[in-house]
Design a protein around this ligand. Sequence first.
Ligand code: HMG
Length: 389
Amino acid sequence: MTVAVGIDRLGFYTPSLYLEMTDLAEARGDDPAKYHIGIGQDKQAVIPPTQDVVTMAANAAEQILTAENRQAIKMVLFGTESGVDNSKATAVYLAHLLQLPADTRAIEIKQACYGATAGLQLAADYVRSHPTAQVLVIGSDIARYGLRSAGEVTQGGGAVAMLVTADPQILVLDAESSYHTEDVMDFWRPLGRTEALVDGKYSTNVYLDFFKTVWRTYQQQTDRAIADFAALAFHIPFTKMGLKALRQVLPEATPEQQETLQAAFEASQRDNRQVGNLYTGSLYLSLLSLLRHGDLVAGDRIGCFSYGSGAEGEFYSGVLQPNYRQGFDDAALTALLANRRAVSVAEYEALYTQRLDLQGADRQLAVGTDSAAYYLAGRQHQQRQYRHR
Ligand code: HMG
């Protein structure tokens, strides 16, 4: 008998600071309409030095784990391209912070923004053959380009935590998916650099080409067409990018279905508009946004396009389950986004330079202003000091 496997629960965390895109546009001498309409972003998460991908992941995972889950988790798959060590996996720090049992595999996965999708698919395959096991999948990143660079408006950060189980509450994944890999230099970050290098316009073209390729392959593999989908969710580095991808396939739909897909897209980009790019977590924040704000019913099929520069793309799908709204804490997510504090451009620029550098002297961080449950206190004997309050 085939086991139904997929996403049982979804958690999201982004730090308590943000930058208004109107303020950034004015400081950079740009028309705010370019940021709000041309790029499609309203706010951007600002990451204080006391948060990194490990603490953000712990803050996201804490929301979704019961004592029973912690015992059932057999694997932690941590997708990130903002790792904190060239050797030790972020997943090991996370498993310790969450007090998971020692009989757990803990692994970090890197392929730009594709890491969490790789984690999700590997997790699903594992649970299909080990149906009583649960897997914690993380997508956690800090999108960082450079002050005054063209990419600055597409920064952001945060973490998504997903619990993958048999008979999941939210989404049962279809077994088929299509993927595509090519060696492409659209975006990369050589060792030792904290900011990405990017050929921005080229990267948007590669993203769109990859979507076309995997969408076509998926249809050939499955005999499904656009009419089989209630919604499409995209990797959203900035919301206009997802809109451009959607527009590529809309002509395949009837006018009525085009309206449905466009309304679903509106819902799927609402939360990303407030946070910015979180690299490998972006598709999953968009999925969460769709579930929170969309007009969906059990049985709806959702298609997901994942893209990681460098480059890898995947299109997969899943079917929404009757109790999907119980798989995330809607009110807590609304409060998380609403209770953030706006920073000035000057404060954002200061915080940008204050993060713990990758190499250098030990340092204690000013932790008093960070009220998150998990935070980074500094570095001692070249070891990162993670704390839980
Ligand atoms: P840019 O040169 O600042 O912007 O770069 P632009 O001049 O192309 O303008 C952007 C849009 O604003 C255009 O709309 C303009 O027309 C419009 P479009 O033609 O694209 O529809 N515009 C205006 N609209 C209204 N009022 C105005 C106005 N002025 C202009 N007054 C770019 C933009 C995205 C290239 C840059 O921000 C960048 O390099 N970002 C980083 C790269 C990126 O996000 N790439 C996305 C695809 S790759 C990917 O998704 C992977 C990634 O997440 C990393 C990973 O995998 O790890 C990035």
